[in-house]
Design a binder for this molecule. Structure first.
Ligand code: 5GP
Length: 187
């Protein structure tokens, strides 16, 4: 098995990054999933410290100024999201396979900071399917959906920058492929 290292999972909005990474975690509890900081408000059911570290713009500014982010970005032109650096380094030092689920701008920053990481792009089976998933999720209003689809068009073009492309046609199959890419033992 390859030595544990950082895996960055990126891909357009609503492609299913959250579902695939949750499936990896469910089957491989030893995989550590980074908890991002964000300035957006929690959605119903989201728990602070579990899904995100929810914080004010001022708190986020302080972390940026203190250099505490491995990467951060404004996502969908609105809120800021960032990966706290400390926990990533701690888990990698402990030998835990680590997974980041972040946007394209963030993935590019991680590539600068940690070129040895592996970069995985989760792609939708088709553009129509991506639109269908975003509408079906029902968590965003029409304006927010349009904003996210505009970002998604740009993000899809970045696919060739990645080491691996996984098509999320089926969550179980996509997760199996990610597990193989991460060098985890088959179970
Ligand atoms: P949501 O608001 O739906 O939870 O997430 C919106 C987007 O933010 C997702 O596409 C996700 O990949 C991205 N995102 C979540 N956490 C981070 C992070 O720590 N850094 C960056 N750059 N993007 C993130």
């Amino acid at each position: 098995m390859a030595a544990p290292r950082l895996t960055v999972l990126a891909g357009p909005t609503a492609v299913g990054k959250g579902t695939v990474s949750a499936d990896v975690r469910a089957r491989y509890p030893e995989v550590w999933l980074s908890v991002s900081a964000t300035t957006r408000a929690p959605r119903p059911g989201e728990v602070d410290g579990v899904h995100y570290h929810f914080m004010s713009a001022e708190q986020f500014d302080r972390m940026v100024e203190a250099g505490e982010f491995l990467e951060w970005a404004v996502v969908h032109g609105r809120h800021r999201y960032g990966t706290p650096r400390g926990p990533v380094l701690t888990h990698l030092a402990a030998g835990d396979p680590a997974l980041l689920e972040i946007d394209l701008a963030g993935a590019r920053q991680v590539r600068e900071a940690m070129p040895e990481a592996r970069f995985v792009f989760l792609a939708p089976p088709s553009w129509e399917e991506l639109e269908r998933r975003l509408v079906g999720r029902g968590t965003e209003d029409a304006e927010e959906r349009e904003r996210r689809l505009a970002t998604a068009r740009v993000e899809l073009d970045a696919e060739p920058e990645f080491d691996h492309v996984i098509v999320n046609d089926d969550v179980r199959r996509a997760t199996d492929e990610l597990i193989t890419v991460m060098g985890l033992p088959t179970r």
